[in-house]
Write a protein that binds this ligand. Sequence first.
Ligand SMILES: [Zn+2]
Length: 114
Amino acid sequence: MHELTITQNILDIVLKEAKAARANKVTRINLVIGELSGVVGDCVQFYFEFLKKGSAAEEATVNFTLVPAELRCRHCLASFNPRDSIWVCPDCGSASLEVVSGRDCYVESIEVEQ
Ligand SMILES: [Zn+2]
C-alpha cells in the first residue's frame, strides 16, 4: 500500500506539471529514489502500469535514479555510506549521525510532447 500511495502522488505531480506546461503527453518520468526512503522502484513501476492508464502519462516510461545513503558524523564530521543497519562512524565510533542524502523520493524531471 505504501508504494501505491507514493505512485499515485508521483503521477499527480507529473500530470499537474504536464498540464502547467500545456503538454498533451508525458513521455518520460525521471524519478529519484533514496536508499533510505523505503521506496522500492519495482513496486512503483508495478503500480504505475495500472495508474497511468487513460492519463496523459499512459505512454510514459519511468527512469529511476538511486541515491545511496550518506551519513555524516556529528562528532568528527566524517561522511560515509552505511554498509548495514548499524550506524556507527567508521572514524571515531560515534553513533551521533545525521543523514546527508538518500532519504528522499521525488520527481526530478519529466519529458513531454506538446
Ligand atoms: Zn566520527
